[in-house]
Write a protein that binds this ligand. Structure first.
Ligand SMILES: Cc1cc2nc3c(=O)[nH]c(=O)nc-3n(C[C@H](O)[C@H](O)[C@H](O)COP(=O)(O)OP(=O)(O)OC[C@H]3O[C@@H](n4cnc5c(N)ncnc54)[C@H](O)[C@@H]3O)c2cc1C
Length: 624
């Protein structure tokens, strides 16, 4: 087929509406991209925590231990952006060549950046509400977002998939495992896109580079790396919270002669079988990767600066009874997801108590009754004590599983549970008992030197064939916010750098009319389950668009006072719960983030109360 014919196939006109429809989904790069997530582990000892130490408290001695652990690592985190010679680490290794098409210079009502769950959910809600002049721009070659980019061996979701995967009733789907693999989740995203006609509306392999507000036309102009200059009445940033990979800054990293890649661009053309492999990082990704690749490599060196808390996973398959009954129960997944959202204790929510979630029992645990109402300080102290006991169990688990005392000591985390991203695995710790798997403890500084042969640490050279960076992502990264120019030519980044992060509900920022942020900083509504957050945000955006339309208006913005007050509230909520998050973590910008500038710590219900109050009074909005 010649190039001109393929170009015209990528963009066609819908005879019913006269609008453009797209066919830009790229082909899968190779069939080697396949895998599974958590395995089912039968050994009870591996899927049970040792008993809690009764009466143990987070006393001065233990607090000093945590403090020392944190202070030793202060300032050690240095990350670089994947630019220049490192830009190759960002290449899309999952799709074939981009589908050719002409640049677009036209109008649409809503333009959405991203094609992850946020965008998919938004499309479903917009479509149901009758907004169909909607266009999506996505950097990758297919839908899925997080689940498109992350296809490393062992990938799985950590929120139970019956509550994480959205619209299960509409899709008539029941996930195969309690914690579905990333590969299954990606397929689910693709099925959603097919079922709801998303593909017709999405421009893949299209990166938005500039989004500029035109106050005269009351529209955004959106420019992309494909030469497009599209105008949109509304723009939605559904471009993710953990999207921009980051690399640790290490001397000599560009000199390494073996193969190297970041976990979010897993190179399936590199066969790990029989190779000497090094992996830098022991966060949530590495915890899932290590047990899988240990099964094939010749030697595995795991370079750790800070250990993760490795909790029990207890993976299970969906039962025949569940397959048979759930689809016949009205709103089975909606109800389950709402029950999950009632659990404010992070660990309990992420473990997902089946009896409570399926409605068999009323409460997820016995509520503790205190003789009198506790002061906020007493409440935090009580939480710190119970948190400490859980961490003692986590640490005891390391000792009970890992046979080498030296390795076990290095794998024990000393910080409050949930301060760093909690992880779950029943095979990670036993992996370190294998003779070919080696933990290289690089605490507190992390890896500092790479040469052409491998990693050098403490004067020892570790020769490697393959080096894998499991160094994570920018959290709530504002990477894409630097190209959004609002009223008066000011960028969102300039505004937040000079005034601090300021939004209303995490969804609007004053001076940036008709712009909505999904799953961004200060955005609440769903706690640990990000697809629930996205769903709440999608409902909210539909409401906002309907409100503008019903009033015959063209723009919606928020007042400076409303966002000042909200930013203040976010900071207060952050400070209130800060003792429970006293460590260095990407959640707090490795200790540098200003209170209230990243995640919302007010809890799901408080965000909803604020949203409802705003929608009732309408005082925060400027609709013109
Ligand atoms: C490995 C991993 C595991 C996770 N597990 C869980 C879990 O168990 N439970 C949970 O609740 N959350 C989990 N998360 C968080 C996860 O990101 C969210 O659950 C959810 O998938 C976010 O969806 P999203 O659509 O908001 O963003 P994303 O899925 O990140 O999608 C954003 C999309 O925007 C695109 N994009 C960004 N910038 C541009 C641009 N300028 N132009 C065009 N396109 C752009 C990106 O390519 C990306 O595809 C996990 C994240 C990671 C990385």
């Amino acid at each position: 087929m010649d190039r001109a014919t393929r170009m015209s196939e990528a963009v066609r006109i819908d005879p019913k509406t006269g609008r453009k429809l797209f066919a830009t989904r790229a082909a899968k790069a190779t069939d080697k991209i396949a895998g599974k997530g958590y395995s089912i582990v039968e050994d009870e000892a591996l899927k049970t925590l040792p008993p809690p130490p009764r009466g143990a408290v987070f006393n001065a001695e233990e607090q000093a231990k945590y403090r020392k652990f944190k202070e030793a690592r202060a300032g050690a985190a240095h990350y670089i952006r994947l630019e220049g010679e490192f830009a190759t680490y960002l290449e899309d290794v999952y799709s074939g060549t981009p589908v050719p098409r002409d640049a677009l210079d036209d109008d649409c009502e809503v333009l959405v950046i991203g094609a992850g769950f946020g965008a998919l959910l938004l499309w479903y809600r917009l479509m149901k509400a009758g907004f169909t002049d909607v266009r999506f721009c996505e950097k990758g070659g297919d839908v899925g977002g997080t689940w498109y980019w992350n296809r490393y061996p062992g990938i799985a979701c950590d929120v139970e998939s019956y509550s994480y995967l959205p619209l299960l009733e509409e899709m008539g789907h029941v996930p195969s495992m309690k914690f579905a693999s990333g590969f299954e989740i990606l397929e689910y995203c693709q099925s959603m896109a097919e079922r709801f006609g998303f593909y017709d509306h999405c421009l893949f392999h299209t990166t938005v580079e500039a989004t500029v507000w035109d106050d005269a036309a009351k529209r955004w102009t959106v420019k992309t790396d494909r030469g497009d200059a599209m105008r949109a009445r509304f723009v939605v940033l559904a471009n993710g919270i953990l999207t921009t990979p980051r690399l640790a800054k290490i001397d000599g990293m560009e000199t390494f002669r073996g193969k190297a890649f970041h976990t979010s661009r897993w190179n399936y053309n590199v066969d790990l079988e029989g190779k000497r492999v090094g992996i830098i990082g022991t966060g949530a990704t590495a915890v899932q990767v290590v047990p899988e690749i240990a099964k094939v490599v010749k030697a595995l060196y795991v370079f750790q600066r800070t250990p993760s808390s490795i909790d029990v996973r207890d993976q299970r398959a969906t039962t025949e009874e569940e397959y048979a009954t759930w689809p016949h129960e009205r709103d089975w997944a909606v109800k389950r997801r709402e029950r999950l959202a009632l659990i404010s204790a992070g660990r309990t929510a992420l473990q997902g108590n089946d009896d409570f979630l399926s409605g068999k029992v009323e409460a997820y645990k016995q509520q503790k009754v205190y003789e009198r109402e506790l002061t906020p300080k007493e409440m935090i102290d009580a939480q710190l004590n119970s948190n400490f006991r859980v961490m003692e169990q986590i640490r005891a688990r390391v000792d009970s599983v890992v046979t080498s005392p030296k390795t076990a000591a290095a794998l024990k985390p000393y910080y409050p549970y949930g301060c760093k991203r909690p992880t779950f695995h029943d095979e990670f710790l036993p992996t370190f008992n294998l003779p070919h798997v080696h933990l290289v403890d690089t605490a507190p500084t992390g890896v500092k030197l790479i040469n052409e042969r491998g990693i050098v640490h403490d004067g020892v050279e570790y020769p490697l064939d393959v080096l894998i960076y499991a160094t994570g992502f920018e959290w709530m990264g504002t990477g894409s916010f630097n190209m959004i120019q609002g009223r008066g030519g000011r960028t969102l980044r300039e505004k937040w750098e000079t005034e601090g992060t300021k939004t209303f509900l995490g969804m609007h920022s004053a001076g940036f009319p008709n712009l909505f942020i999904m799953n961004g900083p200060q955005g609440g509504g769903g706690q640990f389950n990000f697809t629930r957050v996205a769903e709440m945000h999608a409902h909210y955006i539909v409401w906002a668009l309907q409100t503008v339309r019903a009033r015959g208006a063209t723009t919606i913005d928020v007042t400076g006072e409303a966002e000042d007050e909200y930013a203040q509230h976010c900071a207060e909520m952050d400070v209130l719960s800060a003792p429970l998050r006293d460590c260095l973590s990407y959640y707090n910008g490795d200790g540098t983030a200003k209170p209230g500038s990243l995640a919302y710590y007010g809890g799901g219900q408080r965000w909803h109360d604020r949203r409802e109050a705003a929608q009732k009074s309408m005082s925060p909005y400027r609709i013109e």
